[in-house]
Design a binder for this molecule. Structure first.
Ligand SMILES: [Zn+2]
Ligand SMILES: [Zn+2]
Length: 183
């Protein structure tokens, strides 16, 4: 969904939609499971910087909710994560801040982004918001036993006979790599 400044200048646009997997490109970070619901309002805010210097910002306020799948940090098995978050964002035309300075509109609860070519894509905003909402590290269960450092078996499901010392943190990095190669 595209918000054009020229349309928002006439009136704010309310949105309430469900995006199917793939409409928001999450890259390799996560996979969307089922619909991604997004609702809120887009409107123009005018920054009066001087008598003839008015900047049209887009304010996007709303929320999203959906379920995402990410690999367990230890065993790489997919873990389903329900995520929900509110956002209240300001987007400035990319050309307006050739010299980035603090502006009066900067409120603590809002963040400043930029839009290009007079329009803003909801999908781009949602991608960033979903990635921000993802936990840094996800485990399938708090006591996930991870992969055997010797044979690579998932030790939650298979008891192997390897002699294993204390969990080597380097294995988790390898597990992440293995997942990337798989996908
Ligand atoms: Zn796990
Ligand atoms: Zn083993």
């Amino acid at each position: 969904m595209e918000f054009k400044v020229s349309e928002l200048e006439r009136e704010p646009i309310d949105f309430d939609l469900s995006l199917t997997p793939g409409e928001v490109d999450l890259g390799e970070e996560a996979e969307q499971v089922g619909g991604l619901a997004a609702a809120g309002r887009a409107e123009v805010l005018h920054e009066h910087r001087g008598p003839k210097d008015i900047v049209a910002d887009i304010r996007l306020k709303g929320s999203f909710s959906g379920t995402f799948q990410v690999p367990c940090a230890r065993c790489v098995e997919p873990v389903k994560l329900p995520l929900q978050a509110d956002f209240d964002l300001i987007f400035r035309p990319a050309a307006a801040d050739s010299e980035p300075t603090e502006r009066s509109i900067t409120a603590p609860e809002t963040e400043i982004g930029y839009y290009l070519e007079d329009s803003l894509l909801l999908e781009d905003v949602l991608r960033e918001q979903v990635l921000l909402a993802l936990p840094v590290r996800t485990l399938c269960k708090p006591d996930c036993k991870g992969l055997c450092p010797r044979c690579g078996e998932n030790r939650n499901s298979t008891a192997c006979d390897c002699e294993v010392g204390p969990q080597d943190p380097r294995w988790e990095a390898l597990a992440g790599l293995r997942n990337r190669v798989k996908s």
